[in-house]
Design a protein around this ligand. Sequence first.
Ligand code: TXA
Ligand code: MG
Length: 314
Amino acid sequence: MAETGTDISFARGLLQKGDLVAVPTETVYGLAGNALNVDTVARIFEVKNRPSFDPLIVHIYDYSQLSKYTMNIPAQAERLAKEFWPGPLTLLLKKRSIIPDLVTSGLDTVGIRCPKHAMTQNLLKTLDFPLAAPSANPFGFVSPTKAGHVTEQLGSKIKYVLDGGPCTIGIESTIVGFENNKTVVHRLGGISVEQIESVVGDVELTTSPGVLKAPGQLKSHYSPAKKMFVADIERAIEMVDLQRVALLSFQKDHKATHQVILSPTGDLTEAAKNLFDALRRLDKMPVDLIIAEFVPDEGIGRAINDRLRRASAK
Ligand code: TXA
Ligand code: MG
C-alpha cells in the first residue's frame, strides 16, 4: 500500500529510480514519472489502465525549459505562458525528439505545463528530467483533489503519495493548441476562456463532448460509478424518490437527506475546488442516482459544466 507523506527527498529518490509518485498540483493530483524514461512512461499507462492512444502532459519547472522539449513556439504560446505559468494552462507544442513518442501517443505535439505547487516545483527544480503526469485516477474516473483520493484508487499500485493538501483550483488545466495562427482551446479548465482571450484575442473551441478532436476529449469521462444526470433540480425532485437520489447543487440548500452544495455563497472558484470531492462523496451515498445541476456558464463555470456533462454521459 502506498505511503502518504510530505518527504520531498524520498519522492525525488523514487522518481530518479524510475518509480512513480503521486504529486500535488494546483489542479489535481498527478501520477508522475520521468517523462524521458520509456519504461516509466509505460508504467504510467499501465497503472492508470489508460489506452495508449491518450497522450500524457509533461510538467516542467519554468518557461526557460520549454525550448529544450519543444520547438516552433508561436508568439501566442509565449504570451500565454508568460501570463499564466506557473498555473493551470497546458500548451500543445511541436515536440522535440527527446520526448518519447509513447508520451504523446505518436502525435508530433506535446502537452506541456508548469504546475503551481511548491512541493512539485521543488521536485521539478531539482530533477534533471521533466515529469509526465496524468491525473492520478484510473482512466475515465473522477480526478483526485486530495492525497486520500489517490490512495483510495491507486494505493495498491504505487509506493508514495506526496501529500500537498487539497488542490486549490480543483479542476484540470486548460489545454490550448495553435493551428494556422489560431489559438484553439482543446479542454476547458482552470484558466477561463475569457482569461485566454484577454491575452491572445478570440479563440476557437473544440471541446464539445462527442467531437473527438483531441484523443482525450472523450464524451464520457470524469465519471462516478453511479448513474448521474444533469437536470433542473427543482423540477427533478418533484418526480423522484428523494431517499434514493443524491443532489449536487451549485448554491441552493434543497434540505434533501443526500446532497452536496458546491458553494453556498455561489462562488464559482469555490465550486470548482469542491467539484471532484463532491462527486466522490455523492458516489458513496446510499442512493441509486445522482442528480446535478449546471452552474452559471461563465469563467471557470464553463469548465465545471464541461465536467458535469462528461461525468453524466454514460
Ligand atoms: O491539470 C492537469 O492538466 C493535470 C495535472 C496532473 O497536471 N493533468 C491531467 O492529465 O489532467 P490527464 O492525462 O488526465 O489529461 C491530459 C489530457 C488528455 O485528455 C490528453 O488527451 C490531452 O491532455 N493531451 C495531452 N497531450 C496532448 C496532445 N499532444 N494533443 C492533444 N491532447 C493532448
Ligand atoms: Mg485525467
